[in-house]
Design a protein around this ligand. Structure first.
Ligand code: SF4
Ligand code: F3S
Length: 380
């Protein structure tokens, strides 16, 4: 374990990484922090001179899915910064060390880094039976949490369980699990909800503090604005279909294959705040909506008590639905909705819809030919 900490630039040098790689990382970091490219120089200067913080990462009542998502991120910068460059001094799930010496190490950190360490917490906090439903190092997690929170510079509630209570808190909440901020008071707390959250958000929050010495701007719920400032619906690539009234009615219909809007099959995008549409997972490869399933609102409070994930949201104003291909052609031809984006969506939808119809026609013809040939064979 490191005793003396370094700047990001020093760590790059220690690892014999080039100045060019460092500069490229700073450009990526500027984007993750939600800063304009003009501020890259400021990020470079801070990365050269500011010391990286110590991070203590606790695990409470949870499935460790947030860790799993994080370590499987193919974005080398996100995972590398937290796991290898920032001094992740204690993480009882990821560490090779275990047992009493590791717990002694935690106590040493709590004293030696008092007021300076970042406390990341994954998982909810069960309170019933004196917190005994979740024990860490033979102690109730709630006690470990309170002890570690005491000297933290700030706390990150990483994932929906830490931020809101999560699946464990689903009705009837048999262990009386609550969020971290229900227990810890008088501390700066940042919520990074999601089930799991996007790994780059964790990197962005910690690096913002590392480089600028303060936590990023938060919204009213305590979430970093640069990552939770927009609804999924606002950045969704299927939005032109929504605006054009083109909806999937069933997961096996042609509209689903054509990639239309998932609102009618339960998508929570219109009321969910997150960056999935911009950042996505696995180096920007995909996210739920891109994989054909509506957003279930996994970063929103209480999403786990939703009775039916496939029921459309009430109270959302939608344009008239178009499902008939002839109407679609007329609208696409004359631009009846006026809006360019809607027209683009309809044209694209019609194109995809036509391709599916042509494919179906072709397959039906092939099947008919096959049957005819079989019939002839049996007649002879
Ligand atoms: Fe995208 Fe869902 Fe909004 Fe449709 S309802 S545009 S699928 S976020
Ligand atoms: Fe969760 Fe919705 Fe994103 S389900 S992963 S917030 S698209």
């Amino acid at each position: 374990m490191k005793e003396s900490l370094n700047s990001l630039w020093n760590l790059f040098q220690e690892r014999k990484l080039s100045r060019r790689t460092f500069m490229k990382s700073c450009v990526a970091l500027t984007a993750i922090l939600g800063l304009p490219p003009a501020l890259t120089n400021k990020v470079v200067a801070a990365a050269e001179t500011k010391e990286l913080p110590t991070v203590i990462w606790l695990h409470g009542h949870e499935c460790t899915g947030c860790d799993e998502s994080f370590i499987r991120s193919t974005s080398p910068f996100a995972s590398d910064v937290i796991l290898n460059m920032i001094a992740l001094e204690y993480d009882d799930t990821l560490a090779a060390a275990a047992g009493e010496p590791f717990e002694h190490h935690l106590h040493h950190l709590l004293e030696s880094k008092k007021g300076k360490y970042v406390l990341a917490v994954e998982g909810g906090v069960p309170l019933d039976e004196n917190g005994s439903y979740c024990q860490v190092g033979g102690r109730p997690f709630v006690d470990v949490l309170k002890e570690c929170a005491e000297g933290a510079a700030f706390i990150i509630e990483y994932g929906s369980c830490a931020a809101w209570g999560g699946i464990q808190a689903a009705k009837p909440n048999p262990t009386n699990t609550v969020s971290v901020s229900s227990i810890v008071k008088g501390k700066k707390i940042i919520k990074v909800p999601g089930c799991p959250p996007i790994p780059e958000v964790m990197t962005g929050v910690i690096m913002h503090y590392a480089l600028f010495g303060e936590i990023p701007p938060l919204d009213v719920e305590g979430r970093p604005k640069q990552f939770y400032g927009n609804r999924i619906h606002d950045t969704c690539y299927r939005r032109p279909f929504f605006d054009s009234g083109l909806f999937v009615e069933h997961f096996d219909d042609d509209a689903s294959k054509a990639g239309w809007c998932l609102y009618k099959v339960g998508c929570r995008g219109p009321e969910t705040y997150n960056s999935c549409g911009n950042l996505r997972w696995w180096n920007g490869l995909s996210y739920p909506i891109q994989s054909g399933h509506g957003c279930i609102g996994c970063s929103e409070k209480g999403f786990w008590d939703n009775d039916n994930f496939y029921q459309r949201l009430p109270h959302i104003h939608t344009p008239n639905t178009i499902t008939d291909v002839d109407t679609l052609g007329t609208v696409a031809g004359f631009g009846a909705f006026g809006a360019v984006v809607a027209h683009g969506g309809i044209t694209l939808a019609k194109h995809k819809y036509d391709s599916i119809q042509e494919e179906k026609k072709y397959l039906a013809e092939q099947e008919a030919k096959q049957k005819e040939a079989e019939q002839k064979g049996s007649d002879q």
